[in-house]
Design a protein. Structure first.
Length: 172
């Protein structure tokens, strides 16, 4: 199946929310308790919030869609306060579409968009330390381990892993 990556638009909010719900359930099963997921998802992936983020012309927010126009993944990144640093905030692809190059294309689109706004030397991402599949995926994309730390997610303490992708020009 072919797919295309394009800039997210406000009308994608419901589809992005749907991808988030499916991927969160799959990704964080046994890592983040269900009750915490049920509390976090409506806040972080509220359709009005996603629509506002997609409407921001300066944002690096992209979706991957299948030939039939169905959103199968998304990525959002933005700059950090430190000059030359950015962070990948959201990055999910439906399980049945993983390992097909979609994540790589979403990442490339985000990096290119960030670079249009000025030089970005490092892209960071935060991933649960127990999320071995996610960590391996980021490593395959070129991210390297930086540190681990604890983070409180609505009363649930998670062990987090910060990873960094050093950018030397634009990604392949």
């Amino acid at each position: 199946m072919r797919f295309r990556v394009r800039r997210a638009v406000p009308e994608d909010a419901a589809a992005i929310n749907g991808v988030a719900r499916i991927t969160w359930a799959e990704t964080y099963r046994g890592i983040i308790p269900d009750e915490i997921q049920r509390a976090v998802l409506p806040l972080w992936y509220a359709e009005d919030r996603l629509a506002r983020a997609a409407a921001n012309p300066a944002g690096a927010f992209f979706v991957a869609e299948s030939e039939d126009g169905r959103v199968v993944g998304f990525a959002q990144a933005g700059r950090r306060e430190q000059a030359g640093d950015a962070e990948l905030w959201r990055f999910y692809v439906l399980p049945e579409h993983q390992r097909k190059g979609i994540g790589r294309q979403l990442l490339k689109a985000c990096v290119e968009s960030l670079q249009e706004g000025g030089d970005v030397a490092r892209l960071f991402v935060q991933v649960e330390a127990e999320n071995q599949i996610g960590r391996r995926a980021y490593e395959a994309l070129g991210f390297a381990y930086v540190r681990e730390y604890e983070d409180d997610l609505m009363g649930h303490v998670s062990r987090m892993c910060e990873m960094c992708l050093h950018l030397h020009g634009r990604p392949d």
